[in-house]
Design a protein around this ligand. Sequence first.
Ligand code: GLU
Length: 595
Amino acid sequence: MCGIVGYIGYKQAQPILLKSLKRLEYRGYDSCGIATIKNGELHLFKDKGRIVELEKKLPQLDGKTGIGHTRWATHGEPSPINAHPHLDCHRRIAVVHNGIIENYLDLKRRLIEEGHLFLSETDTEVIPHLIEKYYRRGLPEAVSQAVNHLSGSFAIAVLGTVSRELIVARKENPIVVGLGDKENFVASDIPALLDYTDRVIYLEDDDIAFITSEEVKITHRGQPAIRNWQVIPWRLEEAKKAGYEHFMLKEIHEQPQAIRQTLATYVPETGTITGLDIPRDDTEPNILCLGCGSSFYASLVYGYIFDKLGYQNIKSQIASEFIHSSGVKDGTWVIGITQSGETADTLKALKKAKEQGAKTIAITNVIGSTVTRLADHILYIRAGPEISVAATKSFAAQLIIGYLIALTVASVDSYTRDKVLTELRTVAIRVKQILDEADCLNPIATLLTKYSDLFLIARGINYPVVLEGALKFKEIAYIHADAYPAGELKHGPFALLRENTPVVAIATPDETYQSLLTSIKEIKARSSPVIAIAEEGDKNIEQIADEVLFTPRVEPLVSPLTNITILQLLAYYAAKERGCAIDFPVNLAKSVTVP
Ligand code: GLU
């Protein structure tokens, strides 16, 4: 959460910082600011609100070195004073920060006793004052000393009026250095760098990088360290809206491609699964999947996929809950799912599992992200950059990895394996068909905006799909949505069903179909409107549901991929109808890098 950027080179920093910040806004957007240095003088401008608003008021801040920040507040309300960068008492040091300084109250009290003057309510402000306190022989030494006193998590970028370098440090929060020609860049995440370079260095925990326009020197716990650079395979176009009104809509439309690319990475055009980086020598391992939000729901789908393919030794847990549990047995496969590779709760949980002797596997979209350095095995989804806060194509791509692991771990015969692989190839075409006719979902989405509460139901493998669908309605359309396995309604939620509580029911054919129809009839008996998602040609459903959305025919095992596409689109159109800030939902940010 929150985006950090930095520039040092031969060009004016301000336009570069602003452009990069706009590409990071999905990480936080309640306030923002930039600082530049010119001729030993610090220029600062910050305000509440988004970058476009800041840009309108921003005076020209001269300087070829600068830092910038877009905030997701953890300590102190969104306000101009609490916006970053934060300064020391003498306006000689500027700091932007992503993370939480857990001991800030203690540090702040001591610094105030020593005469430092604080302006904001943030935890961050202790950092420039600490650096000021240790400033004797220059900024590098002062930063190195100051970070030793910080507990919690941080990625920081620091500027000094008399320093020739830009300094960044990290502990548990992401930061990457982009390498240019006589210029270098800093950012929390890759999309901010794609305009300028595809060569990046990922810093590791306890690294400090001292960056000039010519070179990047890194120390790790005070010792010089070598970090190799990597080439990022994403193209700039992928991080742009490409004519779509919102990133979310673009990313839903990229779902077929995300499915195909992820599949193609591990399954050649003809042939079987290759290169799946999972432990090889275990028979029937215990598997625990960990994730948060959409990644957790993807892991719940895994449970059903494995079960359908004859493997029951798999469980899922919310990563932040696992942290407080007694953990796992030695040798368990622990699969951590995180789109960004930076989700703090998932990283923490994987670390714990690893310490307990688990074999850790990461499923992520971001090459070189923190989780790829933590886990023993890495499985990349190939979704391309996902900018919108609400996950869409990454969820679909995560499911693909689940099918591939299940096909590898469960002892399925080659006929079943080939059949499932063929279905996965076909499902990308079916998703595309839904997208081609996406507009026809608009009237139903408009209908749903008339209600403030919504229920979603399914049975079996589509139950986690309605959980994920409900999440979309909550996060982007601000409609309270609850998802249930259909059989659970009678155990409580029925009490809430009225004519003003619509129910969206996934009723695509599988072994649960008949009982799902029974559930719909029970709901109708309580006069709630029912919108069913059913397979094309289903005549029964038309007689009992108020509205039916038809999906192309697919095998039940892969139906989560088509059904989630419909729910994503419904939530998107509902949010649009309500005039919501779809890519930047209130109070949220992508890449939840605080625990
Ligand atoms: N804790 C800092 C603040 O509230 C940074 C939050 C963030 O990482 O977005 O300003």
